[in-house]
Design a binder for this molecule. Sequence first.
Ligand code: ATP
Length: 240
Amino acid sequence: MHRSNEGKRVNWSSLGLFRNLRRENKQFAVIGLGRFGRSVCSTLHHLGYEVLGTDIDKRLVDGALTAQIVAHAVQLDSTEPAALKEAGIFELDTVIIAIGNYLQESIITTLNVKEAGVSYVVAKASSEVHGKLLQRVGADRVVYPEHEAGSALARSLTQPSVLERFELDPHHSIVEVAVPEEFHGKTVMELQLRNRYGMSLLAIGKDDHFEINPNPSTRLLKGSIMVVIGSNPDIDRLPI
Ligand code: ATP
């Protein structure tokens, strides 16, 4: 096992309320260092989390270390429980199984990791049937990156500037959104977000500080951030 020397680098585009809330001492393993797996590693690593990357292909393991997108990397066959155990994967909080194109390996790996007691397992599916199988063997969350990226692109082209999205379930989210031009200078009371948009305002952020549960007389200003909770279609209706 190798270790990179890169320090923690955080480049936040928003005030990062959710990241701050989530930022415990979490450790992650990513199994499968294809394009998706590498992207998960790189983002987690640059957010300052400790990531263990693994792949059956040694070149990809070495590549991840050279590119400094993981803290540790191990070559292993994830269908072998002993190999996963030896690498310490069963002791981590969250394991991401990024093996989309090898159905059997992906299912067996998910089963291995869940059976060993890892509390949160995210698995990448390449089809709906694949996703159902992953759920059956215990995956806590199944992701469909191509589908989700397509839908996110469409949203970003039509939607207000959402800086962060925390999905509560497939239909509801908490989002950090830049205060739309149209809201500039209005008070929380004047906006009537609940009546007009069916959502609740949780916080307003400006200059490194959040006002939680803001006062109805607080005025929203362009350049600030608002944190709202609501259904995805309602959030999509916010002006740009
Ligand atoms: P994408 O780029 O969309 O992530 P990909 O083709 O790069 O797709 P997949 O084909 O889904 O990725 O495979 C991801 C990685 O999983 C590959 O690098 C592959 O070597 C690795 N992999 C496959 N089987 C195993 C296994 N049994 N143990 C560990 N890694 C495996």
